[in-house]
Design a protein around this ligand. Structure first.
Ligand code: GUN
Length: 303
């Protein structure tokens, strides 16, 4: 029977560590980290996501605020707002919730956010830096996935990792982060001819497709770490992942549930990215690795 990786517990430890650090940082630098979340329109799913981001920030001491804009705002007006936030020295992180209304060019809007305030890690320059291996803000979900794998304490180095799905938000960046951890990475996608043949190679299987039960028990190598990034509502209105969870539990060594697996880590990493942006603003040469040391110790219960 697989060990369940509890994302809520992992995320709670990370958030608590940040919560403890913020008063110390405020004392040292005279202000708290700040995050501005921009939402255009009133899509109900987006409202829920955005509320969660802002409330989580506030709950741990980040000066988080929501800027809710009418869905008929022009792209030029939105770009002007982003420009003002870019120039504001008291704003550390800017997140523009996606998707944007159809009349806006998402790429242009994402690239308007200052690279060093881009807490999503979606800016072209951050994506380029990620692949180049230079300093970057890495996107939240891939970063959270690496943290979840590390909770198993099984070394990633040398393992075969299969990533199913090649989106810009999850598949591609998580492949690069796994490569940085010295995994041998295989990417599978909708054109992959024999998916099962490929997934059976995986010591670490990351599934980010958005299709219920695309991965069944017979496609999992015994003992594998299975990270389910799927997050869709099925015909019964139930939130489901991409992996047949019950079947997979019989074969996998470790598995993330949906909900309660990857989702909480995405938010926790948004908080981490906000902290990294804050530290880069208040002190040019801040050692961000100290923050990571604290978080790593919290994760493994060594604190
Ligand atoms: N919409 C769905 N997920 C995300 C995310 O991670 N960041 C942003 N900005 N928008 C999203």
């Amino acid at each position: 029977m697989a060990n369940i990786i509890n994302g809520k517990t992992v995320a709670a430890k990370i958030k608590n560590t940040i919560k403890e650090q913020i008063p110390l940082l405020e004392h040292q630098y005279g202000r708290r980290p700040s995050l501005c979340v921009i939402m255009v329109g009133n899509d109900s799913a987006n409202q829920g996501y955005v509320r969660n981001k802002v409330q989580t920030g506030l709950s741990i001491g980040i000066d988080a605020r929501l800027m809710a804009l009418e869905d008929n705002i022009s792209e030029a007006e939105l770009l002007k707002i982003i420009h003002v936030l870019n120039e504001d020295p008291l704003i550390d992180g800017i997140l523009v919730q996606l998707p944007l209304p159809a009349h806006m060019n998402e790429e242009r809007v994402v690239d308007a956010v200052a690279k060093n305030k881009d807490v999503d890690g979606f800016h072209t320059l951050n994506v380029g830096a990620l692949w180049q291996g230079t300093h970057c803000i890495a996107p939240c979900t891939p970063k959270g996935i690496i943290q979840l794998i590390k909770t198993t304490e099984i070394p990633i180095s040398g393992k075969t990792a299969v990533v199913v799905g090649r989106s810009n938000i999850v598949g591609k960046p998580v492949a690069k982060l796994l490569l940085d951890e010295n995994a041998t990475v295989i990417m599978a996608h909708s054109y992959t001819e024999d998916l099962k043949k490929i997934t059976l190679l995986a010591d670490i299987l990351i599934v980010a497709v958005g299709k219920e039960k695309i991965i069944t028990a017979d496609m999992i190598k015994p003992g594998a770490i299975v990270i389910d990034v799927g997050n869709t509502y099925n015909t019964e209105g139930k939130l489901v992942g991409d992996v047949d969870f019950e079947g997979a539990c019989e074969v996998a060594g470790y598995i993330t549930p949906v909900p309660g697996g990857v989702g909480p880590l995405t938010i926790a990493m948004l908080m981490i990215n906000t902290m990294e942006c804050f530290l880069s603003h208040v002190e040019a040469n801040t050692d961000v690795s100290k923050l990571w040391d604290n978080i790593t110790n919290a994760r493994s219960g060594k604190d």
